[in-house]
Ligand binder design. Structure first.
Ligand SMILES: [Zn+2]
Length: 259
């Protein structure tokens, strides 16, 4: 986009992002524990006391309470304010890329899914089907009306899912171990449904580069074996977000290197 988004619009989008981030925290905590994300209201994870509204204000409550529950004094995970701030930043970045358009709504929803998958995979090494499978359907549905269009979205699902599936099969035959889980297969298929073939391949390349760099860092710094590296879903999430907001620019830049 050539025009710069006015500051007060950015601020409004940021605040909405903080509130949505607060809801994403609920999803991140409850989905792997198979609890409802709508009921009951937020509670302290340690003493289960329901939280008052003023204990539930994004970022500010955490700062005011100095990261501890008001009654049981148990520490509140730093994940809460981080997820809220990251979600707010993602809202502003996606808004700046797409403006007030239907594509903004779809891509911001996609960004939220990536944030939730990142956090759950980091903590539980798990990419829940209740996110990835409806995600594939939702991405395909949106592609009927918006970019990348239904054909490219279907190609993205097939290529994204197929590629990782192939890697698992080949690795299993060669090494006798699973290179990654089928959660990753479904996640890249979902990314394919939202972003289409081209940006899905870009996501795969970016995530592999990230994995390589982090693996190299781990080996060089001798902080442990490859098994202590980040789960692959976290890198897929970051790579897919980058591809969703700047993928076309990255591809343009890359192709111009050869012209
Ligand atoms: Zn408590």
């Amino acid at each position: 986009m050539t025009t710069v988004t006015p500051l007060f619009v950015c601020l409004a989008v940021f605040i909405v992002g903080l509130l949505v981030g607060s809801f994403l925290n609920v999803c991140i905590y409850r989905i792997p524990r198979q609890r409802s994300i709508v009921w009951p209201a937020s509670r302290c994870a340690a003493c289960e006391r329901p939280l008052a509204w003023y204990e539930n204000v994004p970022v500010l409550s955490y700062a005011a309470l100095r990261g501890r529950c008001r009654t049981c004094r148990m520490p509140i995970s730093i994940r809460y304010p981080i997820v809220e701030l990251v979600t707010a930043a993602a809202f502003v970045i996606v808004f700046d890329a797409f403006g007030p358009t239907p594509l903004f709504v779809v891509r911001v929803l996609f960004a939220c899914a990536m944030i939730v998958l990142f956090a759950i995979d980091l903590e539980h090494q798990l990419l829940p089907n209740v996110i990835t499978l409806p995600g594939i359907g939702l991405g395909l549905l949106a592609s009927l009306f918006l970019p990348p269009g239904p054909l490219m979205a279907l190609a993205g699902v097939a290529a994204g899912g197929g590629l990782l599936w192939l890697i698992i099969e080949v690795w299993l035959r060669l090494r006798g171990v699973e290179a990654m889980g089928f959660g990753d297969v479904k996640m890249l298929a979902m990314i394919g449904a939202f972003l289409g073939l081209k940006l899905t391949l870009l996501t795969f390349i970016l995530s592999s580069l990230m994995g390589g760099l982090i693996g190299l860092f781990v080996v060089v710094s001798r902080r442990g074996g490859m098994s202590t590296a980040l789960p692959y879903g976290t890198m897929l999430a970051v790579a897919a977000f980058i591809a969703s907001v700047a993928g076309e620019q990255i591809l343009d830049w890359y192709l111009h290197l050869y012209m």
